[in-house]
Design a binder for this molecule. Structure first.
Ligand code: UDX
Length: 469
């Protein structure tokens, strides 16, 4: 089937390449000539595992092409995916819909005949209904554009997998019109995915829009829940990681998204819960989402808590100390530094007078752009040179599997702060390091009592276990 994908950022570029991978003829459309040219040359403008292979394979097969011209899009296909960005407004918690609006403004007047626009961007509830009216005004007499909403749930780092093997497909249609035609087209586009048994949830516009933000609100709540519990654990010397394992065995709870630590960041969860709260206020249901303010506050507090923990580890004050920050991306397998907890902490430590050296396996260029005043190193070992404290802020495999011996001869003091509770605490301590973890003590988990019958290794670091005033 022929289709266009309008907006070739993270979501759109992935979607365009993956639709071509399913065998469709795809035209990617973006207003940014540089982005379109790079994609056309087979270059993914961001780091996403596996995506460049899919992109190049489909460019070579002639199933995928990129343009900046909306007229070409209107002529190329009658099906158009909409995957432009919906960032947070510069002022307040609301969502900036200007890209969505300008995309339909550019396309609608140019289409002739019957077209289908499939919205994928994350939008506040009510957006599809408003856009449909906007499109109707702009469409030429005798032509019609049907609008449906099919939100995208992909995770950065797993974007290809999540697009080609999603947990579910959701399709929201105009509640006042017969949706059998658009539903047939969407089912045909995703035939291969649906045939493999993927659930297909058909509903109205508003429900589809809400599914997406509700899912992200739930994930954010789950993370902040465990981080709130970690604040209790810090005060009483309990191990939140073992606690998460134990409650996670309950099938109703589940272990995923219960990793305590520095909390969530990135271009989606923080923005989406804020946009959701703003929209709830607008529709007169603000009270329903008041708890999300607390979710947001707990999350933000983790950053300050890590800064305090690093200061404690440095002897009470970071002024004049050397701090190595390992990790800058908001999560591993990504070069995205939008609302990155790691860089936020690095910035706060620098403001307190520390010399901060940052290393990330993939996010160096983006970090330099966002925080040009921090110092950056070319490797983990280089960042740790003469460090008084080493901080793991993003749990890249490279850091998780790092051997203490690799850094022992490099640092000034063998002190490491695990902001993601991802290190093998016993191994670091056995190598003579003082390890403290954000969220309270980390005991040796598997097995808790070593097989030789010796006592469990003492892991509770005094400064994280002591009650806070
Ligand atoms: C998220 C949603 O998962 C995805 O479905 C949606 O489409 C976009 O937003 P993404 O932003 O790529 O995806 O990242 P995700 O893997 O969800 O992680 C979000 C943040 O939560 C990261 O900063 C991560 O470090 C943090 N996190 C995640 C935790 O702090 N603890 C956890 O247990 C899990």
């Amino acid at each position: 089937m022929k289709m266009t994908v309008i907006g070739c950022g993270y979501l759109g570029a992935t979607h365009a390449a993956c639709m071509a991978e399913l065998g469709h003829d795809v035209l990617g459309v973006d207003v940014d000539p540089e982005k379109a040219a790079r994609l056309q040359a087979g270059e993914v403008p961001f780091f996403e595992p596996g995506l460049s292979d899919v992109l190049r394979r489909n460019l070579a097969a002639g199933r995928l092409r990129f343009t900046t011209d909306p007229r070409e899009a209107a002529d190329f296909a009658t099906v158009h995916f909409l995957g432009v960005g919906t960032p947070q407004l510069r002022r307040g918690y609301g969502v900036d819909l200007s890209h969505v609006e300008s995309a339909v403004d550019a396309l609608a007047p140019l289409v002739r005949g019957e077209h289908l626009v499939i919205g994928k961007s994350t939008v506040p509830v009510g957006t599809a209904a408003a856009l449909a009216q906007r499109i109707a005004v702009l469409t030429a007499p005798g032509s019609h554009v049907e609008l449906v909403w099919s939100p995208e749930f992909l995770r950065e780092g797993f974007a290809v997998e999540d697009t080609l093997e999603p947990d579910r497909l959701v399709l929201g249609t105009d509640p006042d019109r017969d949706d059998s035609g658009p539903a047939r087209v969407v089912a045909e586009i995703y035939r291969e995915i649906l045939e493999s048994g993927t659930p297909f949830v058909r509903t109205d516009w508003a429900t589809a829009e809400l599914v997406k933000v509700s899912a992200n609100a739930f994930l954010a709540t789950k993370i902040s829940f465990i981080n709130a519990i970690s604040e209790i654990c810090e005060n009483v010397g309990a191990d939140v990681s073992t606690l998460a394992d134990a409650i996670g065995y309950d099938g109703r709870i589940g272990r995923r998204f219960l990793n305590a630590g520095l909390g969530f960041g990135g271009g989606c969860l923080p923005k989406d819960i804020r946009g959701f709260m703003a929209r709830a206020d607008e529709v007169g249901a603000g009270r329903a989402l008041r708890f999300l303010r607390e979710v947001d506050a707990i999350n933000t507090r983790r950053r300050a808590a890590l800064v305090d923990l690093v200061s404690d580890a440095a002897g009470g004050d970071v002024l004049g100390t050397n701090i190595a920050i390992l990790g800058a991306a908001f999560k591993p397998e990504s070069d995205d530094v939008r609302d990155s907890p790691a860089l936020n902490v690095a910035g706060q430590l620098a403001l307190r007078g520390a010399s901060v050296s940052v290393f990330d396996p993939k996010a160096m260029a983006n970090s330099r752009r966002l925080y040009p005043t921090l110092d950056y190193a070319d490797s983990a070992a280089a960042a740790c040179e003469d460090a008084d404290v080493v901080v793991v802020a993003t749990e890249w495999a490279e850091f998780v599997h790092m051997l203490p011996e690799e850094l022992s001869g490099v640092v000034r003091a063998k002190v490491i702060v695990d902001g993601r509770r991802c290190l093998d605490a016993a191994a670091w301590r056995a190598a003579g390091w003082r390890l403290v973890a954000l969220g309270g003590p980390m005991r040796v988990t598997a097995p808790q009592i070593p097989a030789d019958g010796a006592e469990p290794i003492e892991t509770a670091a005094p400064q994280v276990a002591r009650p806070r005033s």
